[in-house]
Design a protein around this ligand. Structure first.
Ligand code: GLY
Length: 383
């Protein structure tokens, strides 16, 4: 159905941070009418489970098998965050907890030291400032660190935001906007004469994370999965994660600390300790032995956390793709766009994904970097 005004009306399927950011960019910033549809309460999936790290270097500078331009996209994403955060705070009257203090990537063993050397190599090649610190220099910067820490990198590219406050602010900004509507339940998607239709909308954005392929479409009274229309969605897989938070007492870190797969993120009186990466696992609830192991690992990095009381433990599911980079852009199905598969970088890439999708919907050139994340790209390298 065509909209009565000159701008499109956009139906966004998925109310995680990606869907909400696309809605915010379109409705609040550009005045386009949107409906955000989700079967679950908005913002309570992977966006809520996340730790809030905005970490281009640690996640994308030297990861084997990732999209060759993911680091560039992550840097562009990070560059948008300060304005995104301050604008959200100004609109909603509440901080989203952006903290631009440099993160610390530390090594306790040879494997971690080798990983940090690869990250430092990429940063040096690109002329990006970073500091290599000895163990003692690390402890001078972050006294909570264990004596076992050998050294590492201070990464000014990598910082943090409070992801739950961000989601809450996006919801408030959208609820306050006359251009945005929320709908709870399955999107009434239909296939009519081979054309995908969401009544009352010109354009559809699927941003349903790891469930994007299985969004339902009604055709002749039967329900089918969206992947039957857009086969690229079949590439989106899932990676379960478990984590916990502990009370931040004496001996808690004040910086984000990364060591291999373990991270510590200070967050409003707590420290988040994460996380597992469990391929093809949808985990409904955290498992006690896994949470204990994470807690031990956190204590090995910062001994002051070893006996800190647990505040909360939880599990979430990250959506991935074969090259660990998101699908952003138009699909081969007329009127259908996708913004999904953000892997470990959903919070970081929310503002840039939203900007790209909004530009593309409105017919504004989103640039060659955006085109590199088309859902129809070839997967040259796989992890
Ligand atoms: N971004 C960290 C994680 O996905 O665990």
């Amino acid at each position: 159905m065509s909209s009565s005004s000159s701008t499109p009306r956009v139906g966004i399927i998925g109310a995680g941070i990606i869907g909400l950011s696309v809605a915010y960019e379109l409705a609040v910033r550009r005045g386009v009418r949107v409906t955000v549809q989700d079967v679950r309460p908005p913002g309570r999936g992977a966006s809520w489970a996340a730790a809030g790290m905005l970490a281009p270097a640690f996640e994308a500078a030297a990861e084997p098998g990732v999209h060759p331009r993911l680091f560039e996209l992550c840097l562009e994403g990070a560059a948008l965050w300060p304005e995104f955060a301050s604008e959200l705070a100004a609109r909603t009257g509440a901080s989203v907890g952006l903290d631009e203090t440099a993160s610390l990537a530390v090594a306790l063993d040879d494997a971690e030291a080798a990983r940090l050397a690869r990250i430092a190599g990429t940063l040096a090649l690109k002329g990006i400032a970073h500091d290599g610190l000895t163990g003692d220099q690390m402890r001078a910067v972050e006294p909570a660190l264990s004596a076992e820490v050998r050294g590492g990198l201070e990464l000014s590219t990598d910082f943090r935001v409070h992801n739950r406050l961000t989601v809450t602010a996006l919801l408030k900004a959208l609820t306050d906007s006359p251009k945005a509507t929320f709908a709870n339940g399955p999107a009434p998607l239909r296939s009519v004469g081979g054309k995908l239709v969401l009544a009352g909308h010109d354009t559809i954005v699927v941003a349903a994370g790891w469930e994007s392929a299985s969004v339902k479409v009604e055709e002749n009274g039967q329900l089918y999965s969206l992947v039957n229309w857009e086969t690229a969605l079949d590439e989106i897989d899932c990676h379960g994660g478990q984590m916990l938070s502990v009370k931040a007492g004496e001996g808690a870190p004040v910086r984000v600390v990364r060591a291999g797969n373990i991270y510590l993120v200070p967050r409003r009186g707590e420290v988040v300790i994460g996380a597992t990466m469990e391929r093809d696992r949808v985990i409904d609830a955290p498992e006690a032995d896994v949470i204990d192991a994470l807690r031990l690992a956190g204590g090995a990095l910062c001994p002051g956390l070893a006996d800190a009381p647990v505040v909360e433990s939880w599990a979430g599911v990250r959506p991935g793709t074969p090259d660990h980079a998101p699908f952003i852009g138009p699909t081969s199905t007329p009127g259908l766009f996708v913004a999904a598969g953000h892997y470990r970088n959903g919070i970081l890439l929310a503002p840039v994904s939203a900007r790209i999708i909004a530009d593309q919907i409105l017919g504004i050139s989103a640039g060659d970097l955006a085109a590199a994340f088309s859902p129809h790209r070839a997967f040259a390298a796989t992890a």
